[in-house]
Design a protein around this ligand. Structure first.
Ligand code: SDX
Length: 428
């Protein structure tokens, strides 16, 4: 059985044999389909790349219909259940395999060597208004790192590339915590490298002055699992941006800043903040049905629901829902959970949502945990960006080393005017 498509162009009667590989055809093979020999040739038109594979990757596998998510072949449920640190999973994503004891110790030491930021970067953070959105601060400060590490442009030097990877993972939590403390007028807390990655982050965020801050092990574990769940997700919007920016061979700081900017959107990583605002607006379980009606009338979207790929329950949402119970056992139940559970219950029984295969996604319950742990709502997208840096860097590295890739430059279908003549302003 030949692995080809036979295409008959009914405009010309011509027949074309197009090779099939990995259940795809190369879009470039369509260019031979022409009416006249001097035609440009056929393109495929795919707004939002809904049905286009732009890359080949070995990093993350998703089966949206079955609700399967695997990092380098490991099911997300096993990683969330068994991995004791986010850095172990970051190593897996970037290096392709789980580290042994020596590799993990070296990886951890390399990253901890880079948790401090240059004092001038600290000054930059302090230059923002107190009410600056922490995601804006985070994006700007990550971008500024490119001015401190000009050697980062040596992206094809493996050792240089690895140093930037260590710096970005190491400094992300410090930059985030410094911007948070600055917005509250609190003294900045420097990294404590004897703590775990998430423990050090919580310490920088919540230790005030010289008073001792004991990291709550339940919070430390919850944040570790949340960071693992958010670390990568295949070709999502922000990762696609990371690859596209990286394809111009710019340094990784500039690429991560761009990816974080894409993540900030309310349809993407900004959804966890939007979910809490929606639950606050609903106010009580008795108001849930009116929100559901507004959604069904097309007046608004149910934030934290739906997904481009998952047409089943997001496996991450299942893990987060269980995690919420562990955190609330320590903090006391967040009353918004009752509203969220009622929203989910009604939505999963309603034909509108069933027909559109809308289920809770990773953002539906995560914000409840963050809020209960004491993070402010506008900080939630930063809590998504920090762990996703490992995924962005894994895809960036895979992309710049992929010999099939070039600088990203899609085509267009031009539907505008042509051949117009310039007129002086008094004749327009
Ligand atoms: C993330 O891509 C990733 O992997 C992202 C992510 C990651 O880890 O990187 O998983 C993280 O971004 C999760 C998604 C967070 N965003 C939200 O929760 C915002 C609310 N969700 C929607 O905006 C929406 O579901 C998207 C953006 C997530 C996906 O939208 P699609 O795939 O473009 O689907 P669509 O907009 O074409 O919707 C199909 C239908 C439409 O109805 P009809 O026009 O056919 O009548 O479903 C409806 C939509 O109106 N719909 C919703 C809905 N999501 C889709 N209706 C109500 N509420 C929703 N949330």
């Amino acid at each position: 059985m030949p692995k080809t498509l036979t295409i008959i162009d009914n405009r010309t009667g011509k027949k074309y044999e197009i090779p099939v590989e990995n259940d795809t055809i190369k879009a470039a093979d369509l260019r031979q389909i022409k009416i006249r020999d001097d035609d440009f040739g056929m393109l495929s038109y795919d707004p939002a790349l809904m049905n286009t594979a732009a890359v080949k990757s070995r990093i993350t596998f998703i089966d949206g219909d079955k609700g399967i998510l695997e990092y380098r072949g490991y099911p997300i449920e096993q990683l969330a259940e068994n991995s004791t640190s986010y850095l172990e999973v970051a190593y897996l994503l970037i290096n392709g395999e789980l580290p042994n004891k020596q590799q993990l110790e070296a990886w951890r030491a390399d990253i901890k060597r880079h948790t401090f930021i240059h004092e001038n970067v600290k000054k930059l953070t302090e230059g923002f208004r107190y009410d600056a959105h922490p995601m804006g601060t985070f994006i700007s400060t990550i971008a500024a790192l490119t001015t401190f590490y000009p050697d980062a442009k040596e992206i094809f030097d493996p050792a240089m590339r690895l140093t930037q990877i260590h710096r970005l993972i190491g400094k992300a939590t410090t930059i985030a915590a410094f911007s948070y403390c600055h917005s509250l007028g609190r003294p900045l807390v420097y990294p404590a490298n004897e703590l775990s990655y998430t423990g050090n982050f919580l310490n920088m965020m919540f230790k005030i002055g010289e008073s001792r801050y004991d990291v709550d092990p339940v919070f430390e574990h919850a944040l570790t699992v949340l960071f693992i769940l958010h670390a990568d997700h295949e070709q999502n919007c922000s990762t696609n941006v990371m690859r596209s920016i990286g394809s111009s061979h710019v340094d990784p700081y500039s690429a991560v800043a761009g990816a974080a900017a894409a993540l900030w959107g309310p349809l993407h990583g900004g959804a966890n903040e939007a979910v809490i605002r929606m639950l606050d607006e609903i106010g009580s379980v008795s108001n849930v049905s009116s929100i559901i009606n507004d959604v069904k009338d097309g007046k608004r979207k149910l934030m934290g629901f739906g997904h481009r790929v998952y047409k089943n329950y997001d496996p991450r949402a299942k893990v987060i829902k269980k995690l919420a119970d562990q955190v609330f056992a320590v903090t006391g139940r967040n009353r918004k959970l009752d509203i969220a559970l009622e929203l989910e219950r009604i939505a999963l029984e309603d034909e509108y949502f069933i027909k559109r295969k809308l289920y809770p996604n990773v953002d539906f319950y995560s914000g409840l945990i963050y809020e209960t742990m004491g993070f402010r709502m506008n900080f939630f997208p930063v809590l998504f960006a920090i762990p996703r840096i490992a995924g962005w860097l894994a895809h960036w590295q895979e992309h710049i080393l992929d010999l099939e890739q070039k600088i990203t430059r899609p085509r267009q279908v031009y539907i505008g005017h042509r051949g117009k003549t310039w007129l002086p302003i008094d004749k327009r």
